[in-house]
Write a protein that binds this ligand. Sequence first.
Ligand code: BG6
Length: 508
Amino acid sequence: MEKPDNLIIIIFGATGDLTARKLVPALYSLYGQNLMPDRFIILGAGRTVMSSDDFRIKMDNAIRTFSEEKAPDFTNISYFLNSIHYQPVDYLQESAYHDLKVEVERLKAGFGTGGNVIIYMATPPNLYEAIARNMSAAGMVSQEDGYKRIIIEKPFGYDLESSRVLNDTLHEIVSEDQIYRIDHYLGKETVQNLLVTRFANGIFEPLWNRNYVHRIEITSAESLGVEDRGGYYDSAGALRDMVQNHLLQMVGLTAMEPPSSLDANAIRNEVLKVFQSLQPIREEDVEKQVIRGQYTASRIRGECVPGYRYEKGVDVHSRTETYVAMKFFINNWRWGGVPFYIRTGKRLPTRVTEIVIHFKQTPHHLFQRVIGHSWGNQLIIRIQPDEGILLKFDMKEPGSGFKVKNVNMDFHYKDLADIRVPSAYERLLYDVMLGDSTLFSRDDEVETAWKFIEPIQNAWKNNPSIKVYGYPAGTWGPEPSNSLIEGENLTWRYPCKNMADEELYCEL
Ligand code: BG6
């Protein structure tokens, strides 16, 4: 694999969770595979005043704690840590960026990294614009001596309008091809495998359309609650946090037309076309097509779990949704009339992300219906955990007559010998170093996705009578989400049962 050119990576928000849990462990893992440049510097920047030595100690702990390697090897860690430095920066003070520039120049000269710089915004999103402007004012984004690339974390704006403002501000400073909007779902190996499953095999693609597919279901369930992110989450909610980005990107890759090549723009053009074909949900239909919920206190395997409103940083009267399920259509030749159902939620019974293609039934049932048996094949693409692909089909049960049994043809990534699945951040950071933006969201994709989400946001804002249903933590979300699925006896696929105990409610 290609080794990237020498560079400096500046991480704003260096003392935060993302840097410790994901970014630095991912960079260390690339280093371990000899995929970091020969000369590189990681310069942490944050509001906290600390020395480079203290920051190194923090990152040393972070790598040892959060490494995703099966058998982590830390023998090289001190060499890697030598490349890490820290500079305190008050993000809103222009003068702080002059000091930062002096430090960057010192490191460049001292370590011979050259002028390539990646700027990673791992701060709260309301600081992105100020940081970009101040970097520009300090003359730190000029490409005279090497490339300058900006990585930004979602959310890319709060709604359509703010995403446009953010894009406009960034475009005043750098060009679109210097911006890498991270949607870490696109860095997941199994999400990329969707493209390979669809376009490297001759057997699926002919069936992948309205003639053979009955409906498509995408679930991204989490068993954890909001943990210590209540403050951020209460102003975001599941629609902004998961649906506008991760879930819609999965819809895009599932529904897109074959791209003409693997070029970044060829793939993103096709995803954009899917987003442009999403049938808008009218404000007056939101109540029918979109179900929102919020988890309430319950008991899971004997342990009391607080309701969302009692989580740290959350308003006790909050109406923020921790669950969203919705139904929509894609208006194009391939998908006209096929319902897409997507759902996501916190404090559901398990952590699972999967895409389920439900194929149409055979036109005539020759065989005897066995009680509880549902007809129709399903292809399940398991994104996480236990990454793999499952095909469900009918088979004759041995014995007299023609009793039919649904069986599984099951592939698990973990069965591949000696295969190491890289973490999403590892893949994405490596891609930015190589200048490959295929797995990053483009400005027009982001704005078109917001356009689809906007009527839902408006309906919820303008019509307080639209319910926020409570669901006990550890269950599969509010009951009304079941009635979204059209068709007799049809429901969501439930990969496991509710986890909450029968006796659901606890005193807090
Ligand atoms: C993040 C969201 O983007 O994705 C979190 O902000 C969510 O709320 C997370 O928990 C889920 O990611 P993963 O990779 O654990 O499915």
